[in-house]
Design a protein around this ligand. Structure first.
Ligand code: GRF
Length: 210
């Protein structure tokens, strides 16, 4: 079986990266060939090294305010490794149209809400403040709008009375760890890569026990 060569882009702890790494069994249609962080101190880079995967930093601070130069460097790095698909997993840099278009239909992200509700930052606090009863996470194609691309899959979790942003984030993260490997496998395993043709999947991740 030919596996899709996947790069995972992170900025921090990398628990979603870990879930993607752990799901790489013999029948898995993807291979994580490199993990790149814009933050050289990201804990997730150690997770990659422990799994025997190349871990690299492309430090955005080196490029100052020149986002284009940062993205050109990242783009060249990924092409150099023959990466076929890029999975963002807690990557905290907004990507410009240059990078998004260069990787169009080959760039996915996970966001901790049921999009299109609550895109952007402070998702959990906003969901609680709005009185939402259902939270969750979404894996989506990345387009120029923040968290606005076509949805590949979603998993739902309840928002319980007394929830704090932290308790909701923890429950949602459990669902993310189920959803992301399933969605990455879906898009790498022959499901149409073009957003218009991709059918959203639903993962039953109704996690109530934390
Ligand atoms: C996750 O909640 C993800 O949905 C969001 O950033 C967080 C990253 O967590 N985009 P981790 O680094 O994967 O643990």
């Amino acid at each position: 079986m030919t596996r899709k060569r996947v790069a995972v882009l992170i900025s921090g702890r990398g628990s979603n990266l870990q879930a993607l790494l752990d799901a790489q069994g013999p029948l898995c249609p993807y291979e994580i060939v490199v993990v790149v962080s814009n933050n050289p101190g990201a804990a997730g880079l150690d997770r990659a090294r422990e799994a025997g995967v190349e871990a690299a930093a492309v430090d955005h601070r080196v490029f100052g305010k020149d986002r284009a130069a940062f993205e050109r460097s990242l783009d060249a790095f990924l092409r150099d490794r023959n990466v076929e698909l890029v999975a963002l997993a807690g990557f905290m840099r907004v990507l410009t149209p240059f990078f998004v278009n260069a990787w169009a239909n080959r760039l996915i992200n996970i966001h901790p809400s049921l999009l299109p509700s609550f895109p952007g930052l402070d998702t959990h606090a906003r969901a609680i403040a709005a009185g939402a009863k259902l939270g969750g996470c979404s894996v989506h194609w990345v387009t120029e709008g923040v968290d606005a691309g076509p949805i590949i899959g979603q998993a739902a979790v309840p928002i319980l009375p007394g929830d704090t942003p932290e308790s909701l984030a923890a429950r949602t993260l459990d669902a993310e760890h189920m959803l992301y490997p399933a969605c990455l496998a879906l898009v790498c395993g022959g499901a149409p890569l073009l957003p218009g043709d991709a059918q959203p999947m639903l993962v039953n991740a109704f996690v109530e026990d934390r």
